[in-house]
Ligand binder design. Sequence first.
Ligand SMILES: Nc1nc2c(ncn2[C@@H]2O[C@H](COP(=O)(O)OP(=O)(O)OP(=O)(O)O)[C@@H](O)[C@H]2O)c(=O)[nH]1
Ligand SMILES: [Mg+2]
Length: 223
Amino acid sequence: MKKHLNLLILIIIQNSDHLFKILLIGNSGVGKTCMLMRYSENQFTYNFYNTIGVDFKIKALRLEDKNIKLQIWDTAGQDRFRTITCSYYRGAHGILIVYDITERESFDNVKTWMVEIEKHAKKGVQKMLIGNKSDCSNRAVSYEEGFELAKQYQIPFAETSAKNASNIDLAFTNLAKNILGSGQVLNTAPSQGMKIQQNKYNTQQSGSRQVQQNQKNQGDDCC
Ligand SMILES: Nc1nc2c(ncn2[C@@H]2O[C@H](COP(=O)(O)OP(=O)(O)OP(=O)(O)O)[C@@H](O)[C@H]2O)c(=O)[nH]1
Ligand SMILES: [Mg+2]
């Protein structure tokens, strides 16, 4: 079964023009796994299973007449996995930094995540700030605060909801567009092998490896 899955992934990658590696980071519980589930499988669950280490999914999309494969890495937000998750920053072409609009601490911690990116990721990595759970009425961070913070970092910003799917496609597509525009290219054409070209930083931002998951709680959402 695993062999077939690996073969399928290989075929998908070989049939694409580019492979972009995208990382989801942010505090535990902000909704990274739910965002990925919504984007890749159009599903949502109220269950909260802490991600253990990292997990990834592949999603295909067509951008500017090119077949793009996104390899999306969902990292654990818990501190105890920081050493493992940091090792994935280096290979990333794009990073979504996610906070929860109902949890002030997750917003205040965005600066810590930005420092981690600075320390571990490649210079030209494309970033986007995401305020998730926009469906919730018990907001602790205003839209304007999110917007202003993103402006300070000169990165794009969006509020999303994995629950009602608001702006989820937009977030991933926008990041992929910026990666494509930035000149970071992982060419997957079989005849050319796989090579990375890293161009200068574009500031004009206009079979899953499931390690293991623990069930934390079920049922209630934040609203
Ligand atoms: N209302 C609402 N709840 C959400 C949304 N996204 C996620 N949740 C809930 O928030 C909780 C945590 O979601 P996860 O996606 O597991 O959080 P995570 O960021 O992956 O957490 P770690 O894996 O520990 O880093 C779950 O109970 C989800 O149902 C959303 O957009 N709206
Ligand atoms: Mg998770």
